[in-house]
Design a protein around this ligand. Structure first.
Ligand code: THU
Length: 131
């Protein structure tokens, strides 16, 4: 699956966002080695700190659906902004599940073309516990 397709799926997912407070909708599409993709959108709450980001929602969906293969990429899209980069909490979530160096985060660049980042670029020196 190419990266433009992943961004398209993230765009579709952003249409389901529940964001009455920020009015900032986000969609995410996570791709696994199996070829399976899972979608997520942000889900806000009147107790703001309980808001769930699109990326964590997508990864949770993969886990809940029994996905066991390697996580390969996540595309993130917001109709309200180009370069919708993942927040720090979501970067830490990627770090929990990413096992390969070729994992990429894909966002729409300012010129509307897809751009990719490695996790090393987005979260160097990340915290990990051995388990
Ligand atoms: N949001 C995400 O869904 N992902 C991120 O990585 C950053 C922020 C959402 C949370 C909230 O609903 C809205 O964007 C504004 O912060």
């Amino acid at each position: 699956m190419d990266i433009s397709e992943l961004l398209e799926k993230a765009k579709d997912a952003s249409k389901n966002a529940y964001c009455p407070y920020s009015k900032f909708s986000v969609g995410a599409c996570v791709l696994y080695e199996s070829g399976n993709t899972y979608l997520g959108c942000n889900v806000e709450n009147s107790s703001f700190g309980m808001t769930l980001c699109a990326e964590r929602n997508a990864i949770s969906s993969a886990i809940a659906n029994g996905e066991k293969s390697e996580i390969k990429a996540v595309a993130i899209y917001s109709p309200q902004s180009t370069k919708c980069m993942p927040c720090g909490a979501c970067r830490q979530w990627f770090s929990e599940f990413v096992t390969t160096d070729d994992f990429v985060v894909i966002v729409e660049d300012d010129d509307k073309t897809p751009v990719s980042y490695t996790l090393e670029e987005l979260l160097p020196y990340s915290f990990k516990l051995i388990h």
